[in-house]
Design a protein around this ligand. Sequence first.
Ligand code: F6R
Length: 621
Amino acid sequence: MCGIVGYVGHRPAVEILLKGLKRLEYRGYDSAGVAFFMNGKIQLKKSEGKLENVEKLLNASEPPYSSATCGIGHTRWATHGKPTTQNAHPHRTGHIVLVHNGIIENYQDLKKEIITWGKTPQSETDSELFGFLVEREVQGGASFVDAVRKSFTRLEGGCSVVVMSENDPGVIVGVRNGSPLVAAIDPQGGAVLASDAQPLLDITQEVFFLEHGDVVVGTEKGIEFFDLKTGAKVQRAMTKIDWSVEKLDKQGFAHYMLKEIHEQPTALVDTLNSILDRAKTDPFPLALQPAVGILDKAEQIMLVACGTSWHAALLGKFWLENWARIPTHVELASEFRYRNPVIMPGTVVIGVTQSGETADTLAVLKQMRELGVPTLGVTNVRNSTVSREADAVLYTSAGPEIGVAATKTFSTQMLVMLLAAGYLAIKRSASSNKEVTKLFHDLVKLPMLLSQNLEEGGAWMQVIRKAAQNLYKSKGFFFIGRGYSFPLALEGALKLKEIAYVHAEGYAAGELKHGPIAMIDNEMAVIVIAPCDRWRDKTISNLEEVKARGAIIVGVGEEGDEKFRSLCNHWIPLPHASDLHESLLPFLVAPIVQLLSYELAVLKGTDVDKPRNLAKSVTVE
Ligand code: F6R
């Protein structure tokens, strides 16, 4: 979704804006632009397409922009109006120039009103209208900051803006009410604002996350916060970010996605360390925190999520029901929020969202809070909106995930749900202590096992690459599995669709014969996920059915399962089941389906880290 960066201070503003916007590219965008002060006037450079187009415009411009020390920039993910240069941000209305992220729901009413003032918006966007409101407030006698504040109170829907005025050089004003906004003081003197913390890390690790209804004013002296409704000054607490700027680079990998797949062992260890109480010796000792108090009281759990996070939630259901014997339901947030569901007393609703910003998931948590239902969030982004909407949060510690396709955040989401299940299993004596202890010991071994298999000389990289080379021209792909492997089949197909743009479906293996098997012929590839678990034999029968109809088979199964292997055209081995509890196999299968999709996408030549039409945090419904 849209990205915002603003800077004022003593450094070259345009460089900071471009670098910051590059750091936000992972959010997805289809046009971009910057605005900056030069000799007391604001210049705009914007274009449809990638940021490089804006850079070209800048390089061709006179006079050179390098002396500018105040400006704002934007990457736009089109919602209202096509992704054209005209609709790209920043927008100018008279002396007001602004960037906007989110949706102005009452834009049609505002537009009608603005037209009655004799004004004509130049773009199809809702965003541009805000400039007319600010201009009118200033004409009515308000100061620039107050005009932005008052105008913002007229907007319905969740959004954030950052605004400059040609009459007030050296001032940038941001408002947050919905879409996130983060601010920081430049230690060299100045202020920087952005949609998330990543662009700020080049300048400082000490940041301020704006609350809903905060106005921030940045000048070369630093930042001040005000309340949106009253205009009164407010104080906000600083947060020290532990993500270093190095973590934002590719570190020798061809793509962020590949790097992030390889970071899964570390992400799992970091998440274990951050959630467990290392001083305790019992298995699954969750560190005491508000989230644990809420879990303790759960008689029923409802997991709500979208996309990949929904797949992680499907696995969470398996673990919570199997180990903790807690009835668990999994819901797509976009469906659940409009369904008037029955929530039984004792239910805890958990919103699972790597970004912490997904509009539908947040909407469910908000509805539940209004109904008095206890809520939890599972997220990777500290201080993201979910931490405000949920009663408490369990954080994954995957580190920054820049590739749009979720990989290490998926694994760490699974881990959090497994940890919760193991903890509740012990607390409620719902499973045998011996079994849960074995599960925990195996879990501790898991990161090492994963890293051995992921190494270049390990079991996976070469066979996956080879399979991809043989398969990438296939007409379509099915991922099939049963039990734990079914959500992974869904995830494999989603990954492949989103980054390789090919038709792929994830299916419960037993469902194939109820319709989709009609699609199978010798141009179709079927990825059969059948580790040696209690579902293996049934899945192999389903494999035989598609093989008989000519499908090319890729098997993901236990090393040494020669029967299974002999039925496959390609074989990706999993470590021996004796090395690991079957509940943990999803952590090994996840990187396999991610890598297979990655390799297929590379062969297709797509933009792996920034797939078309997609955004990393989906802040609109
Ligand atoms: C796919 C992917 C998406 C997200 C979905 C929800 O790789 O990343 O399907 O999982 O948009 O996002 P979050 O987890 O941020 O709520």
